[in-house]
Design a protein around this ligand. Structure first.
Ligand code: SF4
Ligand code: SF4
Length: 342
């Protein structure tokens, strides 16, 4: 992998070069505390020192509401042309969110390829950025605190410069477009990178133990913990909406007033919603809140591991950060583990 450095004073100019590669989106402040990915025109709008955005990157490729196709009574259906050629450069993406995208790539590229997802995904460049965790981050325990693929460029802070890893030929084109801004890596840069990496590693305070977790979850299927959490859960679905790896959706049609044309759309859905498992005839397979919380947890830490060999959680901490009931995935794991004799 090609590794170079970008002095921090050159970042403004480099952002200017990125406009040629697509519409630039980056973390920006909303109010005093919140950060969201949004379009930016220059560095002054970018929040470089953020912990997590409210919504992860899935909002670009797996949109909250997406038009699948337009339909007409007389001529059938056609794909929407809006934004068909739009390219994005998404700057400042943390390692856990890059891992989140890798999980969505995997799921979307299964037996039935999600062409709606890849229509946007294939046109987006990803520029990663290292972060400093807070108490809600547990990515290090999951192995998602570092990425070695899934980005075009990745920037790590080494004091006066960024160490830049070039992940793809598109990333290399970006560097070549602004090659006078970059330098070769020297001994001091390497030392600074090692020192900063150690500092960062030490700053992770929250851990989750994944070993044996699928077995523990199976053994504790009837544990009282699920009822306790179910009592607190409001079924609001926020945890699914903010999760970088939740991908359930519902499909619906919107008919125009002419009653002969319309749009088929999909929108984010959540297994925490009361009617998620409601079927024709009125039976609800998960009518209890406790069974819905348990289902989400089982899917992420049990079912996904069976199917893909890893949990579908990247330890970003969003579900705890934005849950109005303060439900904490790490606390649940620790409680289950403490009650299991294996
Ligand atoms: S965000 Fe919290 S309260 Fe809302 S559905 Fe998820 S676990 Fe329940
Ligand atoms: S389950 Fe929670 S911590 Fe894990 S990836 Fe989803 S939002 Fe992040």
């Amino acid at each position: 992998m090609k590794i170079i450095t970008l002095p921090k004073e050159n970042l403004t100019e480099f952002i200017g070069y990125l406009h040629a590669f697509g519409e630039i989106h980056a973390p920006t402040k909303r109010g005093d505390k919140s950060v969201v990915f949004a379009p930016v025109s220059d560095l002054s709008e970018i929040e470089l020192n953020y912990t997590r955005t409210i919504l992860p990157l899935k909002k670009y490729f797996f949109k909250p509401v997406d038009v699948m196709f337009n339909f007409y009574a007389d001529k059938g259906y056609e794909a929407p042309t809006e934004e068909a050629d739009k390219k994005y450069v998404i700057f400042g993406v943390h390692p856990c969110d890059i891992h989140g995208l890798k999980i969505l790539d995997l799921v979307s590229n299964g037996r039935y390829v999600d062409t709606y997802y890849f229509a946007g995904r294939n046109k987006a460049a990803i520029i990663g950025l290292d972060c400093i965790p807070d108490d809600l981050c547990f990515c290090r325990s999951i192995g998602t605190d570092f990425v070695d693929a899934g980005f075009d460029l990745f920037l790590s802070d080494i004091d006066n410069s960024y160490l830049v890893r070039v992940g793809t030929s598109l990333g290399d084109d970006m560097v070549k477009a602004a090659d006078t801004l970059f330098h070769e890596v020297n001994k001091e840069d390497r030392e600074a990178y090692k020192r900063k990496s150690i500092e960062r590693r030490k700053s992770f305070r929250t851990e989750i133990q994944l070993q044996d977790l699928p077995e523990i979850i199976d053994l504790e299927y009837e544990n009282e913990v699920w009822h306790e959490v179910g009592e607190k859960c409001l079924s609001c679905g926020t945890c699914s909406m903010v999760c970088p790896t939740c991908y359930c959706y519902a499909v619906f049609d919107e008919l125009n007033l002419d009653a002969s044309s319309g749009q088929r759309k999909r929108r984010w859905d959540s297994c925490l919603f009361k009617d998620y498992a409601l079927v024709a005839g009125g039976h609800n397979f998960r009518a209890e809140r406790s069974s819905r919380v348990k289902n989400r947890f089982f899917h992420k830490q049990r079912g996904f591991v069976t199917q893909y060999g890893r949990p579908s959680c990247v330890g970003c901490g969003r579900c705890k950060a934005y849950c109005p009931a303060g439900i904490d995935i790490v606390e649940i794991v620790n409680k289950l583990r403490s009650q299991t004799r294996v």
